[in-house]
Design a protein around this ligand. Sequence first.
Ligand code: CMX
Length: 131
Amino acid sequence: MLTKINHIGVAVASLEEALPFYRDQLGMTYHGSEEVASQKVKVAFLAIGESKIELLEPTSPESPVAKFLEKNGPGVHHIAYSVPDIEAAIAQLVAGGARMIDAVPRPGAHGARIAFIHPKSSGGVLTEICG
Ligand code: CMX
């Protein structure tokens, strides 16, 4: 069902403060930032080889990332996997008993279509699939 890890999401309080560590100290390639209004976050993508890190800054106190930061502080927030057919992947997950946060795909960063699996049904790891 999965083809590769698409990205790892990291919650930060401020993109501006977090970026220098990843871009300048770790030497990752910065691919720009964008706001994902539907998720109430601003995201920055950084690449290392084929792999990507997505830094997430909340844009509102109601953002799921704001709640995460309040509870846990900054850190790894989710793992996202690429799937060739997101509707088929959701159907397969639901049939297997997974609790989907998104039963239908919604728009994510970079024009991707995404869906989240609830961390309570994925061993405590918030899991995203990207079509
Ligand atoms: N990883 C692991 N567990 C998480 C979590 C995360 N990122 N976020 C929340 N949880 C856990 C909480 O710790 C809590 O556990 P307990 O019940 O044991 O205390 C439980 O999930 C419920 O959390 P909550 O703080 O009460 O928050 P909500 O129920 O309001 O929301 C969730 C939780 C996962 C449904 C919500 O955060 C969500 O819909 N997330 C998916 C969307 C998202 O994160 N978008 C931002 C990314 C944008 C992008 O990549 O484009």
